[in-house]
Design a protein around this ligand. Structure first.
Ligand code: FE2
Length: 420
């Protein structure tokens, strides 16, 4: 008889099953419920991460996918990407937490690379506390209508919600301000409460992102500071759909590599019998999750949990035997492919495409007379003015900003900080 110790990160079904059960502790579930997100350390094996990294870096090197598209607009169906989800413990964890009789499966994953300089003033790869705070005010939840792509994202009247956002880290993200996912702990409950009042939810249907309580309202509605979801390669973050989130500026020397998946509970009621969108998941963040099931089904849940592992078959030659993605999953994935990235929910001042045009436009409006600064410095003035406006300091003039930049050796972060 041979005895061997399973190595962490092995992909075989028994190890993955045990791993999933180990993740679903009372503490983990309680943290998830309270904060709206949770980190599963070392959930995806090094091999699966490396397979995905190989495919992503191959695409980067071959130019078949543009760098910009790598930031959140690409949803490869390549197995190296989907295996991060399908062959790891994630489907079992979700089956235990979300419920449902079938294993969860993903037919594509969203690449989410963040490069040094992303969301920093003028792509400087430097970000102060104020820059971070400004970025935080531009949080979002996924799937709300907006004007980003006419004909596609302007689905006013509809919200494309799901249940769980799953982020797989493919690189170590050790320090804040490294392009990491940031979340507002407890925001899932705070947003549900907000949507329950008056016409707040109706306004989001009608006006989309613009009706979310972002900007200065952020600090009134969310009681806790944003959390930097730093971690190691192979860590997974699960976030409730309603958890407010955003991407931190990347002032680190490294590219942040991550892949995201979006999961809806099997059989979740998305449309009411009257044909209208079911608002329940926006009014109660856990309504579609296992413990919210009616009593009769709760009994089935225990069976389902035990059955989850049995349903999860991963045969030894590596061929997967998962059922194909459901119509619903395919539809949601298609929508998110079309949605492009979420960069439009970052502060306009920090969006790359705005550095010269939109910031410059604001500058021209504010600046009455001619001035003789070189273009590079004009751009810095424009970005700082834009950021000040976004943070509510509308009374600062062109001259105020030029003086602040001069005092700070033309460094945007320090100039911005001098106003607070
Ligand atoms: Fe998002």
């Amino acid at each position: 008889m041979f005895l061997f110790k399973r190595s962490p990160g092995a992909d075989d079904a028994a190890y993955v099953r045990q791993q999933a059960y180990d993740f679903c502790t009372q503490d983990t579930v309680a943290t998830f419920r309270k904060d709206g997100f949770v980190r599963l350390k070392n959930c995806v094996s090094e091999k699966l991460c490396d397979d995905a990294l190989r495919e992503i870096n191959r695409r980067l090197g071959s130019n078949e996918t543009s760098v910009d598209e790598m930031k959140a607009r690409t949803f490869p169906k390549h197995k190296a990407i989907t295996n991060l989800f399908n062959k790891s413990a994630i489907p079992i964890v979700l089956q235990k937490m979300l419920g449902g009789k079938k294993p969860y499966r993903q037919g594509g994953g969203q690449l989410a690379l963040r490069f040094p300089g992303d969301f920093t003033p003028n792509q400087s790869a430097k970000a102060s506390e104020q820059v971070f705070r400004n970025t935080a005010q531009y949080w979002h939840i996924d799937g709300c209508p907006n004007d980003f792509i006419p004909g596609i994202t302007d689905h006013y009247g509809k919200i494309h919600n799901f249940d769980c956002l799953v982020g797989v880290l493919l690189s170590d993200v050790d320090a804040p301000l490294s392009g990491e996912l940031c979340t507002f702990p407890g925001s899932h409950h705070e947003l549900a409460e907000y949507f329950s009042k008056g016409d707040n939810l109706e306004r989001v249907y009608q006006f989309g992102n613009q009706a979310l309580p972002t900007g200065k309202a952020t600090w009134k509605i969310f009681k806790r500071k944003p959390c930097h979801c730093t971690g190691k390669k192979g860590d997974v973050f699960l976030a409730n759909y309603l958890t407010a989130h955003f991407v931190a500026p990347n002032a680190s020397p490294s590219i942040r590599y991550a892949v995201y998946f979006r999961v809806t509970r099997h059989g979740a009621q998305r449309v009411l019998p009257n044909g209208k969108h079911n608002p329940a998941p926006l009014l109660d963040p856990w309504v579609n999750w296992a413990e919210h099931k009616p009593r009769g089904e709760q009994e089935g849940k225990a069976k389902g949990n035990n059955g989850a592992a049995a349903n999860y078959v991963n045969n030894s030659d590596g061929a997967d035997v998962f059922p194909p993605p459901s119509e619903e999953e395919l539809e949601l994935m298609k929508l998110y492919e079309q949605l492009a990235n979420n960069d439009h929910t970052a502060p306009p001042s920090l969006q790359k495409k705005n550095a010269k045009d939109k910031n410059g436009e604001l500058l021209r409006k504010m600046s009455s007379g001619s001035h003789d600064l070189p273009e590079e410095k004009e751009t810095k003035v424009a970005v700082v003015i834009s950021m000040l406006h976004e943070m509510g300091l509308n009374d600062k003039t062109y001259d105020d900003v030029v003086k602040a930049l001069k005092r700070n050796n033309w460094e945007e972060n320090n100039a911005l900080g001098s106003f607070f």
